[in-house]
Design a protein around this ligand. Sequence first.
Ligand SMILES: [Zn+2]
Length: 142
Amino acid sequence: MYKWGARSLRRMQGVNHLLTECATRALAKSRYDMTIPWMGGVRSAEEQKNIFDQGASKADGTNNLSYHQSGNALDVEPVGYNREQASNTFLPKARNQFAQLMFNEFSRMKARGEIPENVYLHWGGLWGASGWDPQHFELREL
Ligand SMILES: [Zn+2]
């Protein structure tokens, strides 16, 4: 049973507790050890602008806000995601199974009334034809 490392816990500080709780329960059932990457939690407007300037986000932090700025987004990657030996199949497999676990745990929490009815989980792996942000999870309100 996997648990967050100290660095991941630090990077999750300030993120909506419903999202971190969901991710923690998903991690406990994950077949892969997961981690929170750099800038995977709360971001300031400046940090968001930096990431935008590097071409790594579509939100510029001022006119177009990221859910990371409000603490309603969390990025999660399998441990070793940035290593060269992460094979072509390892990444999608690990990301997809974690997303499945996230949706399962989110449904459970919702069924128990731990998450308000109007709150939904979005996964960036379902965005666009190619699922361009598979590390990204965010909470949205109806
Ligand atoms: Zn993200």
